[in-house]
Write a protein that binds this ligand. Sequence first.
Ligand code: BG6
Length: 518
Amino acid sequence: MDPVGEVSSGAKASHKLAATAGAKAPPCILVIFGAHGDLTKRLLTPALYNLFGAGLLDDSFKVIGVDRVDGSDDSWRAELGQTMQEFTKDPDAEFYTPQINAEWWGGLSGRMSYYKADFTDIAQLEGLKGHLSGNVVFYCAVAARFFAPVVENLGKAGLTQEAENAYRRVVVEKPFGSDLASARELNARLLKVLDESQIYRIDHFLGKETVQNILAMRFGNGVFEPLWRREFVDHVQITAAETVGVEGRGAFYEPTGALRDMIPNHLFQLLGMVAMEPPNSFSAETVRNAKEALFEAIRSVEPGNAIRGQYTAGKVQGRDVAAYRDSPGVAKDSVTETYVALKLEIDNWRWSGVPFYMRTGKSMTGRLTEVVVHFKQAPYAMFADTPVDKLSPNNLTLNIQPTQGVTLGISAKIPGPKMDLGGVEMKFRYEDAFNLTPNVGYETLLYDCFIGDATLFQRADNIEAAWRVVDPALKAWEADPSGPELYEAGTAGPKGAEDLLGRDGRAWMPLRQDGDES
Ligand code: BG6
């Protein structure tokens, strides 16, 4: 991750700033296990295309796609090329561009080759050896149960051995374990074959510009950090609400659920960015040490502070949605949660007494990912003799998606003879200030892995600390057959989640976004 670069001199830039360019990554071969998988098509290929277009890949860069089914270089390139073309017809796709640049695609696809192999078979992996030299990144874009076997087989095939001038790195996707014990076991198995410095545990939230911007906001501005503590902050809300349901992912989602899918990974990364102590630098170990110190200070969640919900049939933004239990691959009596809300407490000097509330859910009323820092109320005294009987406390919203930016909620005088105050917003929007280029978020992460910057990747202890915090909720739910509280699709979630804040005299922010009326 690059340290904060050029910053606009005005709150509203008079001209849009272009993205900063980086240096080409060193020569490298990227081996993707799961060449035909969804991740490769939807995210890795567009990210590589963007990196190629930005001139960030070395002239000798190559991609080798590995999968079990028959195929050739040409058929794999054609398959990916077709998906790239489909993106141009779908403005809602994660990667949307009106047109694929033929030169970029030709340049990238010319470096792609296909290798048929069953990665659970060492003999077949050994055959890869002749295709590899110099720096190699192995990307496990496969189901989680294969992470350890793939790495163990790479080790046995002698492919993970680094030379003085050649690295061997492995990117591991999520979910990384399904509870504390399994995350520990997975770490132990990987660390038998690889050094920690060779492992890049990915969390795609850290590839989002707006998530990285949390650090820029906090540490690139003198104005926020002095207020970023228990003396001034009342509480923090972290939301990742989705309008999509489980769609065709029932088989994955049934044993997973909202907590495992989103909390110890994505939402904890947001929490880390917002709440960690200022690191002395942006070096990987310094940042990950700061996160670790924070995660260790979070109390393991009390089951009573973990609310789970599951959606029933309803309407999401005008579209009929079937109940989760009626989705393909889902049991009719499923107790898997599609919504979770947590209250977390942090035992350190900065945050003691400041609750952090988190929620995430599917089939909700709006799509919204944001962090809202709620500041304490200003004293009333000054307005005691005026008609102003209630001031709205300030809140700073870090808008992650779909709105990208930062919003500060302040009170201002409503024009007129009386001293009436109203809540208004100061806004920074990415699209107003910067020239944005299509980006799926994996560009930064892949590039960082190629150059050996692990700042935006999770270390073994970070992952285990997050699982330790949520483990009591998972255990309590397993032991409680009553299952999640039901909520109608297209709403803001179960009543229990409202009560979680209600009993502290607080309320969730509405699930609205720019342009919504409510
Ligand atoms: C994935 C989860 O990791 O993140 C999905 O498995 C979820 O269930 C997705 O929808 C959310 O990511 P994003 O980038 O769309 O907010």
